[in-house]
Design a protein around this ligand. Structure first.
Ligand code: ATP
Length: 243
């Protein structure tokens, strides 16, 4: 039992949640190390959404507003941490939700699908095909889901699939605390923020944006600039930490 007044209460609760989900087979063991890397970056930005992260979330919402067939791609970590936030994004935007796993087994697919459904999400089902040019199982996706999506929102993505989706002409929006990752640098747009903070920001912005702001945000989108701004925020935070 973690005492609620522990200074790192939230972080410890999240770790416990992920460890439990790993024991249940929802989260892959490799997912725990990916979380550790993200925690380090979250520490560097003060464990709160930065101005750049908030701006990127608004742009993500604008891209979603323009998309005709958006799909949210969910892996084990995303389902373990943010099943409810995924369901809320779906309710607000009408996006499809598809489970896509690197360490793919039928059992994990079922467990993650159930977790999402218990949180109120509708999960795309069907027979997957190798539609993404990749050797591993993240190539597998649904022809009526990611296979025909014009925008794929892929939180906590690995660089290979992001690159492959971009090469297929898809708009790729990622959420990644590491602004230096291959995914962050390859995506159309990277929201450098923690998943459970970023998804609600995108959901809220989706309902708020006026049509002319949607157009302006998409027209002016510059991911390289946003990543540089995110790195500058990290540097500022680190250099002022001991002042
Ligand atoms: P790449 O292949 O793109 O260089 P990677 O090898 O770091 O990335 P993974 O190990 O698949 O890719 O990790 C996925 C990414 O997700 C990591 O960059 C990590 O920082 C990020 N990440 C993990 N958990 C969270 C979270 N809760 N919120 C935001 N980002 C996260």
């Amino acid at each position: 039992m973690i005492p609620p007044d522990h200074p790192r209460y939230r972080s410890l609760v999240v770790r416990e949640r992920l460890a439990q989900c790993a024991r249940e087979g929802v989260v892959a063991l490799e997912g725990l190390t990916a979380h550790g890397r993200a925690e380090a970056f979250d520490y560097l930005i003060g464990e709160q959404s930065t101005p750049t992260g908030r701006q990127a979330a608004r742009i993500a919402a604008a891209l979603l507003r323009q998309a005709r067939r958006p799909v949210l791609s969910v892996n084990g970590n995303t389902a373990a941490l943010a099943a409810a936030e995924c369901a809320e994004l779906q309710e607000a935007t009408g996006c499809g939700i598809e489970v896509n796993l690197f360490h793919r087994t039928d059992e994990r697919m079922r467990k993650i699908t159930r977790l999402l459904e218990d949180a109120g999400a509708t999960v795309l089902q069907g027979t997957p095909e190798r539609l993404i040019p990749l050797e591993h199982d993240r190539a597998l996706c649904l022809p009526h889901g990611i296979g025909r999506a014009d925008l794929v929102l892929v939180p906590l993505e690995d660089g290979d699939r992001c690159e492959a989706l971009r090469a297929m002409g898809r708009v790729v929006v990622t959420i990644d605390l590491n602004p230096l990752s291959r995914t962050a640098r390859t995506a159309t747009l990277t929201v450098v923020d923690e998943l459970t903070r970023a998804l609600p920001l995108i959901t809220a912005a989706y309902g708020e944006l006026a049509p002319d702001e949607v157009e302006r945000l998409v027209r002016e989108l510059d991911n390289h600039y946003l990543l540089q701004a995110a790195i500058a925020e990290i540097v500022r935070g680190v250099t002022s930490a001991l002042d």
